[in-house]
Design a protein around this ligand. Sequence first.
Ligand SMILES: Cc1ncc(COP(=O)(O)O)c(C=O)c1O
Length: 364
Amino acid sequence: MIYLDHAATTPANPQVIDAMAACMRAQWKNPSAAYAGAGDARAALRRARTAVAALLNATPQEIVFTSGGTEGNNQAMLAARGGHVVVSAIEHASVLNAARALCREVTLVPPDGDGCVPAEAVARALRPDTALISVQLANNETGALQPVAGIAALARERRVLMHCDAVQAAGHIPVDVKALGVDLLTLSGHKLYGPRGVGALYIRQGVAVPPLLRGGGQELGLRAGTEDLPAIAGLGVAAELARADMGAEAERERALLAGFVADVRSRIPGCRLLAENAPRLPGIAALLMPRLDAERAIAALDVRGVEVSGGAACASRERAPSHVYTAMGLSPQDAARVIRVSIGRGTTENDLRTAAEAFGEVYL
Ligand SMILES: Cc1ncc(COP(=O)(O)O)c(C=O)c1O
């Protein structure tokens, strides 16, 4: 199979798997235990925290390990303490639904036609009682990068907290919490070749966020529960590996994907790349296909050995048109004609040539 759905999840790097297995064997003691024998477990936790902090240009004390992007986004919404929040209309469901459930009032800010949320539109949505703004760094359905630094500057000016869901971006493009100027930032292990069910929430020093899970005093009292040390160690290694060659890999993916999009467009007249004029992640392309509906095309591509999706994997069971594509101005019919292709470290030029041929066959 040719796997072109890295935005849904990435395969764990073999070094991550080795580190996790080694951790389960050797550092299985509870890192909270006082005896010297748990020192290795504490050291493993420290090393992972340092690696994740380094990926984000944060300090280790500002990193809280979570069970993934969904938990990090939910906890971030608690920082609004039930107040009014301004959230982009193209956020992942874990931000949108958490904001609706945990905050008093939510104002959604739509993107422009290229899938970018203008800072001026966020400014217009602010109110005297606004407690928090949440805008993602990169959209998971189009790859469009959002002007987070500009929005965070606005938040600072208005003394509003700024949260950023960087789940799709972290490990793929540089994410520097200081340069962005954000107060809170979420990442997830399984989007950067680490394990699933683990992630991190960056909480800028001095920002108070209530815990989502209450219990013991782990993670400085911000996230109770005995740490999933093997998963955390795996995330740490994934962060180290991402940092090592992020720039070169991004360049490789950008060139490969541009070639693929050009190839598909030459085979399928009328095929449109969404967010074409926006800065985008190197590995994601959302293609609006003429005629055929995406669900049937995806099934036909699957038979030909090509795995793609029609938007967010978690939303594909809902069968509703993607809220991202409709917020960008697509009709529900056109939103149902979008195929998302997301490439990754294992994708080769040959894979993409075969995939483009399959696209051509399906659209004959
Ligand atoms: C932008 C974005 N935020 C959050 C999440 C949720 O992350 P997790 O699967 O780790 O809960 C995802 C995953 O699909 C995502 O793409």
